[in-house]
Design a protein around this ligand. Structure first.
Ligand SMILES: [Zn+2]
Length: 485
């Protein structure tokens, strides 16, 4: 192996510069502003070459090696993933119904769902699934690209994933199965109940996670419409003495802006950006706390750390802090004190959030187990769909066409990702328990909580998970299984 013709620290500065430029354009794109797609493609190309240069000279530090392999794989998938994105809008369409004057696509499926009647929802669902053969070769191509890039460097996406999530394969499978089996019964009970409330009929296979998420919080919208989702989380972070000047929030309503909230780590820790586009009051509030949780982590990372320790944060670690802050929107005392909710209103929030959490665990158990086997056995797309149908039946409880996963906005796009949501959910609940034990039920009013959180987040990827987490499912599952104690 040859050596880099300059110091690694210089290599890192250049790599980071590409990331900053790229995320700035990407932020503009999501924000509905003019952006330069050509420039983005050129930057991505340069970034890949730069990463390959490092890979041709060294495999150490290990974290940088894994980051570079992932970066190269990501870039090599760009053309296919742009094509997939386009196909989802132009080809995966149903003429059975229209939304805002246009045939329904997976992109408008969620909004369409919250308005349409059962018959047309069923027809659209079936239609969209029937169109998946159009995107199937693109999805296949993306996974194969990733496998071949990883193979070139003697690794697999699954191994890289497990390493950065710091979990062994058997433990991960056991964790997911445990969560999925635990929620099966209470989930089915709540599902029946809310289905009767919302659609006045038992649930059907096409009443998916997004259908319920779009409908369930409606009774809460009136109360939450009095609050600004771009302001409440900022106030909360200030209570914890975070330097919120490093978080830039954009609340403008532009037609092309991404609906709901998103966070960008443009430069860690100096430039975090959150976009908020109000759509429906309670969900916006939840989503905004979630994204500000990401931003909170971004601005807390020690600036003196090397790039790979600041940047290479696994999804399972990043989602701890977003879902952690989001959880405030279901904390009864918090809802009373900061939002002035009545006891009855609080009950509504807590029960409905519990149902969505049960649905989330059931759905993501199926999603995760499918993706784990898919990566472990390098399944064909057809076998993956067959397996998905079996797992969906087992954990969510319906017979669906297994191709449904191919429509999802995360499942085909990432090597794994889904299990990270579950890992993070467990750790998030442990973190909240830890804070309550240390600083009391109203920890969110204490600057000491902010200090503790900063101490946990500042090491970036070197985070000491043992400080608050043993992957104990108790704190997550207890309130889901026994809501009354
Ligand atoms: Zn997130």
């Amino acid at each position: 192996m040859e050596r880099l013709p300059y110091p690694l620290s210089a290599w890192a500065i250049v790599d980071e510069s590409y990331s900053v430029l790229f995320s700035h354009e990407n932020w503009k794109n999501n924000n509905g502003l003019e952006f330069d797609e050509d420039l983005m493609k050129r930057i991505a190309d340069q970034k890949a070459k730069h990463a390959e240069l490092f890979l041709s000279t060294s495999r150490r530090p290990r974290r940088l090696f894994l980051k570079c392999v992932a970066d190269v794989s990501e870039v090599k998938k760009t053309t296919l993933s742009l094509e997939l994105d386009k196909a989802r809008m132009e080809k995966v369409v149903s003429k059975a119904a229209r939304f805002h004057g246009r045939p329904v696509t997976w992109k408008s499926w969620r909004q369409f769902n919250s308005k349409a009647d059962a018959r047309s929802r069923k027809r659209v669902y079936d239609d969209l699934v029937k169109k998946t053969p159009v995107i199937r070769p693109l999805i296949k191509g993306m996974f194969e690209k990733s496998w071949s890039v990883h193979a070139k460097y003697g690794i697999t996406p699954l191994r890289g994933y497990l390493e950065s999530e710091r979990i062994a394969l058997p433990d991960l499978k056991e964790l997911v199965r445990k969560l999925g089996s635990a929620v099966r019964k209470p989930f089915r009970e709540s599902l029946e109940r809310y289905s009767r409330e919302i659609k006045k009929a038992p649930p059907e296979y096409y009443d998916d996670f997004y259908y319920f998420r779009g409908r369930i919080f409606r009774p809460l919208d009136k109360i939450f419409s009095r609050f600004n989702p771009a302001e409440m989380p900022v106030r909360q972070l200030k209570r914890l003495v975070f330097d919120t000047r490093r978080i830039h929030v954009d609340v403008e309503d532009r037609p092309k802006k991404t609906p709901s909230a998103v966070a960008f780590f443009v430069q860690i820790p100096n430039d975090a950006r959150v976009l908020v586009k109000p759509i429906s009051p309670f969900t916006d509030m939840e989503a905004s706390y979630h994204e500000f949780g990401h931003a909170m982590q971004c601005i807390s990372i020690d600036p003196t750390l090397p790039l790979w320790d600041r940047e290479s944060i696994s999804h399972g670690i990043a989602e701890i802090f977003s879902t952690f802050l989001e959880s405030l929107t279901e904390d009864p005392t918090y809802l009373r004190k900061k939002f002035g909710l009545s006891a009855e209103q609080i009950r509504q929030v807590v029960e409905r959030r519990r149902f969505m959490e049960l649905f989330f665990v059931a759905f993501y158990s199926a999603n995760s187990l499918m993706k784990i086997s898919f990566q472990e056995k390098m399944l064909t797309i057809g076998d993956a769909s067959e397996l998905y149908a079996r797992l969906y039946k087992e954990y969510v409880g319906f017979d669906i066409p297994g191709e449904y996963w191919q429509l999802h906005h995360v499942m085909p796009d990432y090597d794994l990702y889904s299990p990270s949501y579950l890992i993070a959910a467990v750790r998030k609940s442990e973190l909240i328990t830890r804070l309550k034990n240390k600083l009391g039920e109203e920890w969110w009013d204490s600057p000491k909580s902010g200090e503790y959180l900063k101490k946990i987040m500042s090491p970036g990827a070197n985070i000491d998970l043992d400080e608050f987490s043993r992957l104990d499912t108790g704190p997550l599952l207890k309130p889901l299984l026994n809501p009354d104690n």
